[in-house]
Structure formats: C-alpha cells, structure tokens
Write a protein that binds this ligand. Structure first.
Ligand SMILES: Cc1cc2nc3c(=O)[nH]c(=O)nc-3n(C[C@H](O)[C@H](O)[C@H](O)COP(=O)(O)OP(=O)(O)OC[C@H]3O[C@@H](n4cnc5c(N)ncnc54)[C@H](O)[C@@H]3O)c2cc1C
Length: 393
C-alpha cells in the first residue's frame, strides 16, 4: 500500500468563505506540519516523546500567542488562529495541546490579567518559544469542578506562600513558569492566579507515565510545598473562578478547530485507502454501499463542523461570541472527530490499528481532548443552562 499524503478536505467550496490571509496561515501551517512533524510523529508517539526540537521553529513562524497583539505576537484574527490549530492537530493533538497551553492558557492570562512588568518579562520570550509555560488548575480531587480546589496561597509580608497539588498539567516538567490558581486565605478564599517560576524551592513537577493518549505531549503532576513568591508575581487583575474560565474559553476555541483537523486527517486517510484497497471482484472497498455510507457520514459531519467553527470565529472577531457558542463548537467537533476516527479505523481494517497510519493515534489522542477543557458532558450542561436558564451541575 503506497504512503497516503493528506490532501485537505473541502466539499462545499468552504475555501471561498476564507480570506487570502486566512488561507495563507492555514497553508503555511499545513506545510510546516507536513515537512517537520509528519516524518517524526509516529516515532514520538511510540517513545512518548515531545518533539521539543519543533518549539523554536514554531516560535519563528509566530504560532505562540498568535492571536494576541503586541509583545512580538502575530496579532492574527480568530479564524486565522483557528485554522492554524486545525493544521497543528491534523498533525497531532499533543503538539496542538502544547501550542494551546503556551498561547491560550499561559500567554493569554499574562496578557489579560498581568501587570506591565509581567507582560514585558514573559510575553516576548514566550512568543519566541525561549520560555515555556504551563497552566495549573486541575487537582487530584477536583477536575470538572475547579471551584473545589484545595491549593492555598497565604500573604506573608510582601510575599505569597503557596501550598497544594495540581494534576494532569500539560508541559508541567518542561515549563519555566507555571500559572497556578489558588484560593487566597487572606482574601476569603478568593481564587487568584500566580506566576510561579518552576525553579523556586518547594516546586516539583513529576511526569505522568503510561498514558495511552497524547503521548507526544508532556503531562505532569505539580507539587507546591511552602513555595515563596514575591507579591509582584500575583496576576493583579485575576479575581474569582471567572478568570481561569476566561482562559479555558480561549483554549477551547482552539480545540474546536483542532479536533476538526484530526477528523480531516482520519477521513482523508480512510477515503484514499478505500479507493486503493481491493477485496471482492478486484473492486476497491470504496465501491461498497456500506463503506460509502461511512464516508458520507464523515464528510457531512466535517462540513457542518467547519461551518460551526467558522461562524464562532467570525463572532469572536466581532466581539460577539458567548461562552456557550464555544462550548457547542468544542463539544460537537471533538465528538464528531472521535466518531470519524473510529469509522476511519474500521475502514482500514487491521491496518487501522497499526501506526503506519495516523488514525489510531488520533483516536487515542481525542479521548483526552474529549475530557480536558471541560468534558463532553460538562459542555452539555453549559449549553443546557444557556437554553433553559436552569443550572444542572
Ligand atoms: C492529557 C491531559 C492533559 C491535561 N492538561 C491540563 C492542563 O494543562 N491544566 C489543567 O489544569 N488541567 C489539565 N487536564 C485536566 C482536565 O482538564 C480534567 O481532566 C478535566 O477537567 C476533567 O476532570 P477530571 O479528570 O477530574 O474528571 P471528573 O471531573 O472527575 O469527571 C469524571 C466524569 O464525571 C462527569 N461529571 C463531572 N461532573 C458532572 C456533572 N455535574 N454532571 C454530569 N457528569 C459530570 C464528567 O463529565 C466525566 O465524565 C488535562 C487532562 C488530560 C487527560
């Protein structure tokens, strides 16, 4: 069976809805992934290795903090940003996760909630990929309900002292700085965000091994024991759970596009395979109605998902997007991508379980993507709340 090369997916002249700049960002990212990630990703996935050698080139192409303005950031529109994450995840969800965390969960909160000094210190080197960050919200006992967090910060003189545990933290052990969310004891347990340099005494990051998903991404547990940080490390404009949720909204938006990329990779691979693979009467398996039904389901759902994220992106550019719109895009597109991965795997038969093809890797990755940044069911509750006005959490 010859190697299958991604050709893009466009059933309804979707490209005509995009500007020249948007297509350029997509095509540049696609080429970067094709040249640099596709040749090494299966090896990285097998070895459980994050391809760190790609960080600098990704910084040079402006992938980090791409939708932010100033501090060397690319200042992309939201659809350009989305198309970039789509192409990154067409390569691998782990690499897209790394970029989402660096951009939406670390650079964005510094940009949105930070002091001028914090922005000057961190954003330019993070944009270049010279400094890496992680986002510590989830704890061993609290995931979907981060408001239950046990991590505490106490103001002592002109310092804060932080104690707690964070779990499932992307890029934890490779980060130079962690954004740690903690309840501040002297402020009636109000949740606030802190910049914690990872070389401070009392800070420890241990990688989680044995993951069957996002194997090309680093995931760590963080432990903070009496970590002292200067009061200048408090992100001054954070206040309450709304602050981390604003960050999650940024990252979820990119995930909705990213999952689309994984779905496109699986569908295009299955389509090409079905035209090459012959079983009965020397005819390709694509000639059977049941195979065509699966391909039809996938191309229909991918096309609907493209339109959904495009509209959400346009709303975001116009400053009109609401969090429930982003929830719908994340929930729908990740579910759709996982279904596409399963159907595509089926079309490849036994070959579908081997890493000569990207499908099973995407499928395993998407199981994490379904869970993180608000599980599928948590997004059902967010959408349900917005249409009924009733909180069902
Ligand atoms: C690979 C990976 C990387 C991650 N990276 C990060 C990171 O960088 N930073 C970070 O802070 N976190 C990160 N996370 C954590 C992630 O955000 C959490 O796993 C997620 O929020 C779910 O929390 P949980 O795993 O504790 O599941 P739980 O909250 O225990 O949920 C378990 C199940 O219960 C369901 N459930 C929960 N509440 C309700 C309810 N009210 N009604 C109905 N069903 C409910 C959920 O939908 C789910 O099916 C990462 C996770 C993974 C797997």
């Amino acid at each position: 069976m010859p190697a299958i090369k991604f050709r893009g997916v466009d059933f309804i002249q979707y490209d005509s809805l995009l500007t020249d700049e948007e297509r350029l960002v997509r095509d540049t990212t696609r080429q970067f992934i094709e040249d640099n990630l596709i040749p090494i990703i299966e090896e990285c996935n097998r070895a459980g290795r994050f391809p760190r050698e790609l960080v600098k080139p990704m910084g040079e192409l402006g992938f980090f903090g791409a939708s932010l303005k100033g501090y060397g950031c690319a200042g992309m529109g939201n659809v350009e940003y989305g198309l970039m994450t789509q192409e990154l995840e067409r390569g691998d969800s782990g690499v897209r996760s790394f970029v989402s965390v660096q951009s939406g969960l670390v650079m964005y909160p510094i940009w949105e909630f930070g002091s001028d000094e914090q922005k000057q210190t961190w954003l330019p080197p993070m944009q270049k990929g010279e400094k890496l960050g992680c986002f510590g919200l989830t704890e061993p006992d609290f995931g979907s309900n981060p408001g239950g967090m046990r991590t505490r910060a106490r103001k002592v003189g002109n310092e804060y002292v932080i104690n707690g545990e964070k779990m499932w933290i992307t890029s934890g052990s490779i980060a130079d700085v962690a954004i740690i969310w903690a309840k501040v004891e002297n402020e009636n347990d109000k949740i606030r965000g802190f910049l914690v340099e990872t070389d401070r005494p009392g800070f420890k990051a241990d990688d989680i091994h044995g993951k069957w998903s996002l194997r090309a991404s680093v995931t760590s547990g963080l432990s903070l024991q009496d970590v002292h940080i200067p009061e200048a490390n408090l992100l001054p404009k954070t206040g309450g759970l709304k602050s981390p949720l604003m960050c999650l909204n940024q990252a979820r938006y990119g995930i909705a596009w990213g999952a689309l990329g994984a779905a496109m990779a699986c569908y295009d691979c299955a389509l090409q395979y079905s035209l090459l693979r012959k079983q009965w009467r020397d005819q390709p398996i694509a000639s059977h109605q049941l195979v065509q039904d699966k391909l039809t389901w996938m191309i229909s759902e991918i096309t609907k998902a493209q339109l959904l994220v495009l509209q959400v992106g346009r709303l975001k550019d116009a400053g009109k997007v609401q969090h429930q719109h982003i929830s719908m895009a994340k929930r729908n597109n990740v579910w759709m991508a996982l279904e596409c991965a399963r159907m595509s795997r089926d079309i490849l038969g036994a070959n579908g379980v081997a890493d000569d093809y990207p499908i099973m890797r995407h499928m395993m990755n998407l199981e994490s993507v379904k869970t993180y940044e608000g599980t599928h069911d948590v997004h059902s509750l967010i959408i349900g709340q917005s249409v009924t006005g009733i909180d069902a959490f």
